[in-house]
Design a protein around this ligand. Structure first.
Ligand code: ZN
Ligand code: ZN
Length: 365
């Protein structure tokens, strides 16, 4: 069973509310709710007040579960049929005037129900991403959970891909095996549907596995991850299913060089655009700039895509405790694709790589 989250998470959120001049925040995103309260079910919301209010709302199905799962100081409340509307409105701090809500999560319909239910004088203020901002820097226990998810997924990769067989089976069969193996090892699920993409199909960064047999002598991109204790892993390796032509081999070497150099640039204080540029310049100097169309990486935690964003459109500097991917790629339309992705914690001394047990040297299956 998951360990209850430390109560200081809600206190840190309350401090953020003061900065934002909010009296209370309505938290509805289930990942945010889980991070704050420990609740793992499918229907829950939280109200956090600058005055110390800590209310957790769910429906009758979960009241027994949350008795142990959602610890004090949270009040555990049956929020009724309209949790995010009437339920939340009835449980705001008595004196609250400025009440924030996450407009990136609350639908227009839910917002209307909430607005209709709050007492006169309450001002609903869009306040997106406040909990997310706190979630971005991981606590040691969270880092351990993500590291464990990475190790489980790496073990499954060795069994299903490296030990195989892979050639002659379809991309879809291999994807299903990978998910099944991760679940067999204890993962609750894949963190996203795995990408298994051979040959020219690998030139699509988000390729869906096909009912097509994997051929000999191709590049095969495998991007996969699992969820363990609520936390995600994310990793990509590209392998060869037999001897490659010189061009494919060269593309692999360029991506690996870009990945190693960018990974080495990960440390607290590094500008996210500068880290992205390290990989982009290596790939550009090799004549493939237009073949690297996505950002270098993203944060990972309870969700497989979180902040920060390492890309030309990102902003700010990396902070110790953030967990980020470094995943440059080259995608040559009609020919092949290579992506190599590691997951690493940002430290003051550089990257603490969680996916290092799976080799990045080109493996020929
Ligand atoms: Zn990935
Ligand atoms: Zn990724």
């Amino acid at each position: 069973m998951a360990v209850p989250p430390p109560a200081d998470r809600a206190d840190r959120l309350a401090a953020l509310l003061a900065e934002e001049r909010l009296d209370a925040l309505v938290v509805t995103d289930l990942h945010d709710v889980r991070w704050l309260t420990g609740f793992t079910g499918s229907n829950g919301a939280a109200v956090v007040g600058a005055d110390g209010t800590r209310r957790f709302l769910t429906d009758f199905r979960y009241l027994e579960q949350v008795r142990t799962q959602v610890p004090d100081p949270w009040e555990r409340i049956d929020g009724g049929r309209d949790l995010g509307g009437a339920g939340v409105a009835a449980n705001l701090p008595r004196e609250a005037v400025r009440v924030g809500f996450d407009d990136a999560d609350v639908t227009v319909a839910a917002h209307r129900r909430l607005r209709d239910a709050v007492r006169d004088g309450v001002e609903l203020v869009p306040a997106p991403g406040l909990v997310r901002r706190l979630r971005q820097v991981k606590e040691p226990a969270e880092r351990d959970a993500i590291r464990a998810a990475c190790e489980l997924a790496s073990t499954a990769f060795v069994t299903v891909i490296l030990e195989g067989p892979v050639v002659g089976r379809t991309e879809r069969q291999v994807a299903l095996d990978l998910v099944h193996e991760m679940q067999r090892l204890g993962a609750s699920d894949a963190s996203f549907p795995p990408i298994i993409a051979a040959g020219a199909h690998g030139a699509l960064p988000h390729a869906e596995p096909r009912d097509v047999e994997i051929p000999v002598g191709a590049l095969l991109t495998v991007d996969w991850g699992c969820v363990l204790d609520g936390y995600c892993s994310d990793c990509t390796r590209t392998v060869a299913t037999g001897p490659l032509d010189a061009d494919a081999r060269r593309v692999y070497d360029v991506v690996l060089d870009a990945q190693l150099q960018a990974l080495a640039a990960v440390r607290s204080g590094a500008d996210v655009r500068a880290v992205d540029a390290v990989a982009r310049d290596v790939i550009g100097d090799a004549g493939h700039r237009e073949h690297f169309g996505h950002g270098l990486g993203h944060g990972v935690g309870l969700e497989v895509h979180e902040g920060p964003t390492l890309s030309p459109r990102g902003s700010g500097a990396l902070r110790a405790g953030e967990i980020v991917t470094v995943e440059p790629g080259i995608y040559v339309p009609g020919r092949h694709g290579v992506r190599i992705e590691d997951l690493a914690a940002v430290t003051d001394d550089g990257p603490d790589v969680f996916t290092g047990t799976v080799t990045k040297e080109l493996v020929e299956l």
